[in-house]
Write a new protein. Sequence first.
Length: 182
Amino acid sequence: MRPLRYSINITLDGCCDHRAILPDEELHRHHTENIAQADALLFGRVTYEMMEAAFRPPARTGARPDWMEPFARKIDAAKKYVVSSTLGRADWNAELVRGDLGKAVQQLKRAPGKGLFVGGVKLPMALAELGLIDEYEFVVHPTLAGQGPTLFAGLSKHVDLKLVSLLELGSGAVAMRYEPRR
């Protein structure tokens, strides 16, 4: 069974709004390596549309630094599954996932391959509720946002995690990977 991995950038005060975090080359290289460990990406509608707007070609000339290009190419080429009941279609190498989320994700996990990668806020909350996430990565940035969306607010049960790796980035951000204690 291929694992479902989740990764998100957050501030020290728990904000996960991408506008609160300054991207840099090392951070994008790290996330490019994460995506390379997956056969497909799993997004909710909001994350899918945000990624599509930022990384689907053709990008505006000079819209992003050259060091973002490996990440952009990797995410553009990746197979994507989009969980949405409102999106009419997804055509960026994507397939819509509808119906019972647990059954659909279990089926994706049973397919052969090296892994699935999920990002975002709302979809990972639902997946955590269902116990379907095999690895959590929190990239904690040395910033206080003071506002914005936070992770797992309203989670109905505790998810006990064990630290499996820690990576300090040059910016002072720390990438911490955890697995659920089963």
